[in-house]
Write a protein that binds this ligand. Structure first.
Ligand code: NAD
Ligand code: UGA
Length: 456
């Protein structure tokens, strides 16, 4: 079979590489309109950083995995098409700031229609509002040339930083389609067969197409809600000398709650949680479900508040003036093990501190290339090496939980810093007591500050 992926981004690249690796009998092509991106997928300098991805791509590229900019030709050859184009938040017109912008999806559907002279299976992998498949079916079958398209929804649940692991061993693969027609059932079986090459059958679940679309938004909303919930509690901990890590451990041991996604943080980032929550809010609103919209909106608001609260704490604790003070943002990636800076809390905090005219240094082991693009308008410096970044600094502000930050030589860093030296640990990854012993004033999330000063 010829399998095509349209959109060679964070999802399309790794997903199609995994399919190629696990299904050597199929030929897999990934196309994108972005020439530079495709050139990088064809080079040793892949456009995204993901642990294990270089090895995976090297194994299959040129064997049965191909990257190309020829979208039309890719479609013509394909039997099965996975669509993984971006669906960002709309920034204009009705629903601006909330609704998903489906222009890339719709353009793709039109391209598929134009370039098809035989039946094809089209699978939504991008995250879309529930009932998008209906619109896509209408476009694909408009002015029908007799070609039948089966539109399915198979949302992707992988997380960045663990994409290869998640794709290799997913909790579940969800395939939504139409059970009520013969061609619908056949299409679902064909997609099940692809994943059954490596995913145990009991973890491949089939549902109706609308449930599949809505499950994706719901999964992200629930995950984000857990982070906002623990972050809301972190604020209360800071007022009461409760320790949020202890609270998270205690509640997480209740099987009904579970221990995952209870890590307090400066806030959640990434291209999807906020976007998908806002899309859910807009969907609820558009069906007249105002209370439900408000309920989910609060998860986003709590997250924005957490980032602002953290930035304000930096300002307040440093005597309400940051002007001219060298401050190091440690971590520009929205989470560890990725170079992705989309909606990164580190860059959001950086903007707050820049408003105070801090002399900012941005540091990160993998994300400086993207940070430079996002912060192109800002007067900041980029220094990858944390030791060099900390020279003469007044404060370290940890915004990404990079494992390597934990074991830095903080004695040496302290010696090189301005005093009093501050650490704001927005991820609670550092050894706070040890830092305090060295001489730092330490401000974790949701825990008592360790400082020799009076705190407010
Ligand atoms: P991305 O921006 O990294 O990649 C999307 C790619 O699609 C881009 O390279 C873009 O050039 C390409 N594209 C856009 N229009 C095109 C067209 N008409 N023809 C060919 N290519 C086109 O986005 P992403 O992070 O990979 O996310 C893609 C979708 O997957 C989104 O809907 C997102 O919500 C969802 N998703 C993302 C993740 C994640 O971890 N990033 C996880 C699960 C689901
Ligand atoms: C998330 C979901 O986990 C994936 O299942 C989903 O496929 C994906 O969104 C998507 O649709 O794009 P991702 O955003 O890549 O994946 O990464 P997460 O691990 O979910 O982290 C999101 C943010 O929440 C990060 O900033 C992370 O640091 C933060 N987080 C996560 C916390 O602050 N605390 C936690 O306990 C967990």
């Amino acid at each position: 079979m010829e399998i095509l992926g349209i959109g060679a981004g964070y999802v399309g690249g790794p997903t199609m590489a995994m399919i190629a690796d696990k299904c050597p009998e199929h030929r897999v092509t990934v196309v994108d309109i972005n020439e530079e991106k495709i050139a990088r997928w064809n080079s040793d300098n892949l456009p995204i950083y993901e642990p294990g991805l270089d090895e995976l791509v090297q194994r299959v590229r040129g064997r049965n995995l191909f990257f190309s900019t020829d979208v039309d030709e890719g479609i013509r050859r394909a039997d099965m098409i996975f669509v993984t184009v971006n669906t960002p938040t709309k920034s204009f017109g009705y629903g601006s700031g909330y609704a998903s912008d489906l222009q890339y999806w719709e353009l793709t559907a039109r391209k598929i229609k134009e370039n098809s002279d035989r039946p094809k299976i089209v699978i939504e992998k991008s995250t879309v509002p529930v009932r998008t498949a209906a619109a896509m079916e209408r476009i694909l079958h408009s002015e029908s040339n007799g070609v039948n398209f089966e539109v399915l929804s198979s949302p992707e649940f992988m997380a960045e930083g663990t994409a290869v692991r998640d794709l290799n061993d997913p909790d579940r693969v969800l395939i939504g389609g139409r059970h009520d027609t013969e061609t619908g059932r056949k299409a679902m079986d064909a997609v099940v067969d692809v994943f059954a090459n490596w995913v145990p059958r009991e973890r491949i679940i089939c549902s109706n197409i609308w449930s599949a679309e809505l499950s994706k938004l719901t999964a992200n909303a629930f995950l984000a809600q857990r982070v906002s919930s623990i972050n809301a509690i972190s604020a209360l901990c800071e007022k009461t000398e409760a320790d949020v890590n202890e609270v998270a451990l205690a509640i997480g041991m209740d099987d009904r709650i579970g221990s995952m996604f209870l890590k307090p943080s400066v806030g959640f980032g990434g291209s999807c949680f906020k976007k998908d929550l806002l899309s859910l809010v807009y969907l609820c609103e558009s069906y007249g479900l105002t209370e439900q919209a408000e309920y989910w909106h609060q998860v986003v608001k709590m997250n924005e508040h957490q980032m602002e609260r953290f930035a304000k704490r930096v300002i307040n604790q440093m005597f309400n003036t940051l002007a001219g003070k060298r401050i190091v943002i440690m971590g520009c990636a929205f989470k560890a093990d990725t170079g992705d800076t989309r909606e990164s809390p580190g860059l959001t905090v950086a903007r707050y501190l820049l408003d105070e005219r801090a002399d900012l240094v941005l540091s990160d082991p993998k994300a400086l290339e993207n940070a430079r693009i996002d912060m192109a308008d800002a007067p900041v410096r980029y220094i990858e090496d944390p030791y060099e970044a900390a020279q003469g600094a007044h404060a370290l502000v940890v915004c990404t939980e990079w494992a390597q930050y934990r074991d830095l030589d903080f004695e040496a860093i302290y010696a090189a810093m301005n005093k009093p030296a501050f650490v704001f640990d927005g991820r609670n990854i550092l050894k706070h007591e040890e830092l305090f012993e060295i001489g730092f004033h330490v401000f974790p999330i949701g825990k008592k500050a360790l400082t020799r000063f009076e705190t407010s």
